[in-house]
Write a protein that binds this ligand. Structure first.
Ligand SMILES: [Zn+2]
Length: 564
């Protein structure tokens, strides 16, 4: 008698070697909690220098917590129908997050998420690099390929449901036990190292996305709230009635630490210094930003609320530009970046994205000066559109700069304006010596100096009272404390990311229209200020009155009271 292989295998054994669904989930959980969280483990390892038994116990405890939490998550979320794509998606989230945390020292919190969602092709292109491709290949393609090809046993629905929920319950129990056992150490670590909460892949992304979606739906459901419904123009009696022209320049990623006028060792602002020397310009030395990224800072700068209220707010409100427009002013937003983040939705606006100026837009991206190039014709269009309507009570133009947008700082300056050499020309900043990063960054600051003085020069040629107010939206880390770029949660952000330069130039005709003397407005320049002051101060500068203006936040309140 001969035995066939079929005779040797028990009848109820699986025919081929395929995974039990729970085992496969556990494999993914182990990958995600170990390799998928390398930045977290590195950060925890770096917490102490001693690395004794206590450190190891802490690490093992934390690993058990992360592993059981991930297992719970997977058992609740990953079901046969979307098992394969879900696994690959989670691998992608972990790998991409880890790459950005390692490379730039950022963490993944809700505002970082909002930034990611609102990015554009240019910004993404700036971040792509070879090292990122390698990380994605090792962290997504290889394990993803393996994951996709694994055969999995098909369990009856009820049995699978029972098993996965059972695993989730078991994971929860294990997590609670370990948390209970290591509570003291864990609690103090988490309290002192708040950023670690945002390092936990993939929970950081899930949490941030959920917060973002909930916030956006809440906002979308609420009607836009009107502000400054009572806004009117108030010109000082007896002053010239010529409509003023005010240019607000919204800077990008320029930190005060590298701004010549702020006392930086390098004179990155020689042209502004000249204007300051002739008494026409004030540098505001102590200004903090509202947020640490564009997504938060730009809308907050134009909001009446101020940083603290803005951070908690879910209601959509109109902003400074709506109020100015309601008072009868002509408003125009010119954008050389990835959009105005909703600020210019109800006022005339234009983007430079599609402009093809061979000198100012080589390689498809425009230098900031393009905005000055198109400004006169855009203003003429506005005048024409108004036709024979009532004369505008003045004009406010916003120039939204590309400024020092990183990490490709070297892209922000034309070749003939690169004063500091050699320049870091890699998008992966760690590939460059620190000084080369600073050189590229400083060249871009110097280009902003050029842009602002060109703006002043143009304003001087206009036959009306004029002013320019520049302020950066947030700062930047250039490797200090191992951090690069910006976007740290505000409460733990270093000063490099929140201390921003602010500059005001005021023409003599506007000074006399406002009834201000030079000493008065320049005296405010040393005061501690922030983006909170902008809404209330620009109203005074534009001579618009509304009950929404808070005099205590108006930088120029003291000057305004000196009106004749
Ligand atoms: Zn920004």
């Amino acid at each position: 008698m001969t035995l066939t292989s079929a005779d040797l295998v028990p009848a109820d054994a699986p025919v081929s070697r395929s995974w039990h669904p729970l085992s496969l989930l556990l494999v993914l959980a182990v990958w995600l909690s170990t390799l998928g969280n390398l930045p977290l483990w590195r950060a925890m390892w770096a917490l102490t220098d001693t690395h004794g038994l206590r450190t190891w116990l802490g690490l093992v405890g934390m690993l058990l917590i992360v592993l059981s939490a991930t297992t719970v998550l997977l058992s609740l979320l990953v079901w046969p129908r979307w098992r394969k794509p879900a696994g690959v998606l989670l691998l992608m989230v972990a790998a991409a997050n880890s790459y950005f945390m390692f490379t730039y020292g950022v963490v993944i919190d809700p505002t970082m998420m909002a930034n990611t969602v609102q990015t554009d092709v240019r910004e993404v292109r700036d971040l792509l690099s070879w090292s990122m491709l390698v990380v994605l290949a090792l962290g997504v393609v290889l394990p993803g390929w393996w994951w996709w090809r694994q055969p999995v046993q098909k369990l009856p629905v009820r049995r699978l449901l029972g098993r996965q929920l059972g695993l989730a319950a078991l994971g929860t129990l294990l997590m609670l036990v370990v948390i209970w056992a290591s509570f003291q150490d864990l609690a103090s670590t988490m309290r002192n190292q708040k950023s670690m909460r945002y390092m936990l892949n993939p929970f950081n992304t899930l949490y941030a996305s959920a917060r973002l979606v909930i916030g956006q739906t809440a906002q979308a459901r609420m009607p836009l709230q009107t502000i400054g419904e009572d806004a009117v123009l108030v010109r000082a009696p007896g002053s010239s009635q010529q409509p003023p022209l005010i240019v607000l320049v919204v800077g990008e990623t320029v930190r005060a630490a590298n701004f010549g006028l702020a006392g930086y060792a390098r004179d990155t602002t020689p042209q502004l210094r000249q204007l300051q020397g002739s008494g026409e310009l004030a540098y505001f030395a102590d200004v903090s930003s509202c947020g640490t990224n564009t997504q938060v800072s730009v809308p907050c700068m134009f909001s009446h609320m101020g940083r603290e209220a803005y951070a908690k707010n879910d209601t959509p409100y109109e902003n400074l530009l709506d109020v100015l427009q309601r008072a009868g002013m002509q408003v125009l937003w010119l954008d050389n970046q990835s959009g105005c983040k909703g600020v210019c939705d109800r006022v005339p606006n234009a983007s430079t994205l599609d402009l093809k100026d061979p000198a100012l837009c080589p390689d498809g991206e425009c230098f900031d000066e393009i905005m000055l190039r198109v400004l006169p014709e855009r203003l003429a269009e506005l005048d024409k559109a108004r036709g024979s309507g009532p004369a505008a009570a003045g004009t406010v133009v916003v120039l939204h700069q590309m400024g020092n947008h990183g990490p490709a700082y070297f892209k922000r300056t034309p070749a003939d304006m690169k004063v500091y050499q050699p320049e870091c020309r890699s998008k992966v900043l760690q590939d460059c010596p620190a000084q080369e990063i600073v050189n590229a960054y400083d060249n871009a600051v110097r280009y902003t100096d050029h842009l602002l003085s060109q703006t002043v020069r143009w304003l001087k040629s206009q036959p009306r009272p004029t002013a320019m107010l520049y302020v950066s939206d947030h700062g930047e880390s250039l490797g200090e404390k191992g951090l690069y770029l910006h976007g740290m949660p505000y409460m733990m952000a270093p000063k490099e990311q929140t201390h921003v330069p602010m500059v005001m130039w005021l023409s003599k005709p506007l000074q006399s229209q406002l009834g201000w003397d030079g000493a008065c407005w320049q005296k405010q320049a040393a005061e501690p200020l922030s983006h909170d002051n902008l809404f209330h101060s620009v109203l005074t500068l534009a001579q618009v009155k509304t009950r929404w203006q808070k005099p205590e936040l108006d930088v120029f309140a003291a000057c305004a009271s000196r009106r004749p």
